[in-house]
Design a protein around this ligand. Structure first.
Ligand SMILES: NC(=O)c1ccc[n+]([C@@H]2O[C@H](COP(=O)([O-])OP(=O)(O)OC[C@H]3O[C@@H](n4cnc5c(N)ncnc54)[C@H](OP(=O)(O)O)[C@@H]3O)[C@@H](O)[C@H]2O)c1
Length: 306
């Protein structure tokens, strides 16, 4: 939002947004999102989230020179309260507000063991909540945007969830306490030597280990937050970059990170009427989908619909 005229599109600085922050932006899709946003909105201050200053600085050096002008590295570990609070304090003191928050940082564990599932949930679910709630007071009503990079893998985990679980995920009145209970139930099954209780959740083999369920739960969080922030006029948009070649999947994806980055930026033009919807290349993906043929071909279709 323009601080001078209180307009989303400022006629003086010709910028859609004055200040944006992208978490996990030192590489992969987040990095390309910084690059594209810097090119599309040359007057926007863009905070490039990185867990370390060195990785952030190295990323800035890889940007085309013209795109570097308004990009600032911000140290931000989404799993660490002190790190998130320090990032909020810095943006507040330097800008006073944040127009666009893109929750992009994520990790993927495709196995099913307690520690990797816990790390995945801490980053992909609790990290997104921590960052979003901490920055929320800086996000202007009516013109601010929150976006969460989820994944189509979450829609597959949702589809392959038992009916009782699907019902909870689809409850229009869902609260974070339900998401927390489900995440903790899944972790308890991962910790148990016989994985007792895993039958209440999507089978890890059908949902890329804990990654798929982490994304099903963060999408549910996006829907509940979108619902709760509608009256303030702050859209909460879910996006997915599609299957892109990045570190996350050992560069096996069939799209480039740049194509994925364009997909996660496209949602920013949307408003509260699209809150909680998941978009890929500007198309609403719905909340549950069977795995596409290319995944079945890759995995030998381990899915068994419950
Ligand atoms: N690639 C795909 O096919 C695909 C498909 C669907 C959705 N996505 C989603 O897209 C997002 C970006 O993934 P990517 O493919 O670009 O992966 P990536 O290349 O591995 O990049 C992930 C980024 O997240 C950061 N990160 C990890 N843990 C963090 C933490 N605790 N705090 C802050 N930053 C952290 C990483 O920082 P470090 O360098 O410090 O580790 C890195 O900058 C993720 O949310 C992912 O789930 C990806």
């Amino acid at each position: 939002m323009c601080a001078f005229l209180s307009l989303p599109l400022c006629v003086l600085c010709a910028s859609l947004y004055q200040v944006a922050l992208i978490t996990g932006a030192n590489k992969g899709i987040g990095f390309d999102a910084v690059r594209l946003l810097a090119e599309q909105e040359p007057n926007t201050i863009i905070y490039l989230g990185s867990r370390t200053q060195d990785n952030g600085d190295a990323a800035v050096q890889k940007l085309p020179e013209a795109a570097r002008k308004n990009v600032r590295v911000i140290i931000l570990d989404v799993t660490n309260d002190a790190s998130v609070q320090a990032a909020v304090a810095r943006v507040k003191s330097e800008q006073g507000h944040l127009d666009v928050l893109i929750n992009n940082a994520g990790i993927a564990s495709y196995s099913f063991d307690y520690q990797s599932a816990k790390d995945t949930f801490d980053t992909n679910i609790y990290g997104v909540k921590r960052v979003t709630e901490a920055f929320l007071p800086l996000i202007p009503e009516k013109t601010g945007h929150i976006s969460i990079v989820s994944s189509e893998v979450g829609t597959w985990a949702h589809y392959y969830s038992p009916a009782a679980l699907q019902k909870q995920l689809e409850d229009d009145n869902v609260q974070f306490s339900t998401i927390d209970k489900l995440a903790q139930g899944y972790l308890a099954a991962a910790k148990d030597s016989n994985h007792a209780g895993i039958e209440n959740f999507p089978a890890p083999a059908s949902s890329f280990g804990s990654y798929g369920f982490s994304k099903a739960l963060v999408s549910t969080y996006g829907r509940l937050l979108g619902r709760d922030l509608k009256s303030k006029g702050i859209p909460v948009l879910l996006s997915t970059p599609g299957y892109c070649a990045t570190d996350l999947n050992k560069f096996s994806g069939h799209r480039t990170a740049a194509v994925g980055a364009a997909s996660i930026l496209q949602v920013l033009k949307r408003g509260v009427n699209d809150s909680g919807k998941l978009f890929l290349d500007d198309e609403d993906q719905g909340i549950k989908n069977d795995t596409p043929d290319y995944v079945k071909a890759m995995n030998g279709n381990p899915n068994e619909k419950k």
